[in-house]
Write a protein that binds this ligand. Structure first.
Ligand code: FAD
Ligand code: FES
Length: 369
């Protein structure tokens, strides 16, 4: 008898405790209505308190960049806070420089709205929109990268700079109970205003990429927010040295298509694409065709681990070594150069070191982390 009663009592106590915690949480977290004062009263939002600043702004149609969906792991959602919201949290500190801490720059996904707050937002953030679209096509371009082409419906046009990214909204599915967002660079040209094309590499166990690779299908309704980012072609005459790996192809493809369409073909461009073996290469034919139309454009794919059946007679080795070799022996020495890098943080850090060796200081990148 005692054996039967004990589990019932335990479950009653724990059930009761959960209820008490929920009630207390409800009371404690009832912050009522709070004001968000943006840019010295230029806009004042009256919102329900209790949620993070990032999500609250987004619910009001103001989209701060967020590559990780508000998990505090990308550092993209920085906002200057002009009122006192307490000291920086341990989750914010890894993403802050000394100057940013002094200026009270904060991760907006980590700031819970408990009282009125004053913030500064750059003007361009007010132009960022949420778009509804339809999956027009979803194709394998390699065994682990899909090309996702979205036709925009509402609004049906996007203006962006080649190289920028959008946040793809992932709805709840299977064990993923909440909607989330991840950053993906646009791979199509800005002239194609009615579409957003993305290249998405499967990260095993990853929330967004598993959804796109295993659940998404043509005809689905999807949402993207954007455009965001500072990775775009700088308007100079410097030679452009571009390096990508995997889905890092996306923004570089957009930049190259855009330059070709706008006739900016007087600039020298070297595009190094690093892959393990031939099965990781894609769009090679397209870039070979571009080389024919644009004599100053050079496409250099390199394989670090070519298979015997690849019959590869192109460049081999790590892309950093190939870049080093070209900077030493092929590229002109006396011209100004800019670096454009996209892919894994490891590849980007290693390439920056190579650029430093050759005095290339203007280096722009998007780390896909
Ligand atoms: C500005 C920007 C642009 C980006 N553009 C692209 C793009 O064009 N194409 C693209 O495929 N990705 C891009 N990314 C990366 C993308 O935003 C996601 O981080 C990535 O797709 C993983 O998301 P997920 O939800 O599937 O994995 P998550 O659920 O976020 O992560 C699952 C696990 O995998 C790890 N992980 C996360 N990312 C990677 C990775 N890249 N490689 C290995 N392990 C990882 C995490 O640490 C975690 O342990 C971009 C990122 C940024 C910041
Ligand atoms: S949204 Fe990624 S750290 Fe805040």
């Amino acid at each position: 008898m005692t054996l039967l009663i004990a589990p019932i009592v335990v479950s009653l106590i724990s059930g009761g405790l959960a209820l008490v915690i929920a009630i207390v949480d409800g009371i404690v977290n009832n912050y009522g209505e709070v004001d968000i004062d943006i840019n010295d009263g230029k806009k004042v939002l009256k919102v329900k308190g209790g949620a993070p600043l990032l999500q609250t702004l987004s619910s009001q149609g103001i989209f701060v960049p967020s590559a990780c969906g508000g998990r505090g792991s990308c550092g993209a959602c920085k906002v200057k806070v002009l009122s006192d919201v307490g000291p920086h949290l341990p989750t914010e500190l890894p993403y802050m420089s000394k100057e940013e801490i002094q200026q009270n720059i904060r991760l907006s996904c980590q700031i819970k709205l408990k009282k009125p707050i004053k913030i500064y937002l750059p003007e361009e953030l007010f132009n960022i929109r949420k778009f509804k679209g339809i999956v027009e096509s979803l194709k394998d371009v390699t065994y682990d990268i899909k090309e996702l082409r979205i036709r925009l419906v509402e609004p049906n046009e996007i203006n962006f700079k080649a190289g920028q990214y959008v946040q793809l909204v992932i709805p709840p599915y299977e064990n993923v109970k909440e909607s989330t967002q991840r950053a993906y660079s646009i791979s199509s040209a800005p002239s194609d205003k009615n579409h957003v094309e993305l290249l998405i590499r499967l990260v095993p166990g990853g929330i967004a990429t598993t959804y796109v690779h295993k659940y998404m299908k043509e005809g689905d309704v999807v949402e993207v927010v954007g455009p965001f980012g500072e990775f775009y072609m700088r308007d100079t005459n410097a030679d452009m040295v571009m390096v990508a790996g995997g889905s890092g192809m996306a923004p570089i493809k957009s930049i190259i298509l855009d330059m070709l369409e706008r006739g900016i073909t007087n600039r020298n461009v070297w595009y190094f694409f690093g892959a393990r073996s031939k099965r990781d290469l894609y769009y090679v034919e397209m870039f070979r065709e571009i080389e024919k139309k644009w004599p100053n454009f050079h496409f250099i794919p390199a394989l670090s681990d070519p298979l015997p059946e690849d019959n590869w007679d192109g460049e081999t080795g790590l892309i950093t070594n190939v870049l080093d070799k070209y900077l030493q022996t092929v590229l002109p020495k006396d011209t100004p150069k800019e670096g454009y890098l996209c892919g894994s943080p490891g590849m980007i850090n290693a390439c920056i070191q190579v650029f430093e060796k050759y005095g290339v200081k203007d280096v722009y990148y998007d780390k896909f982390a």
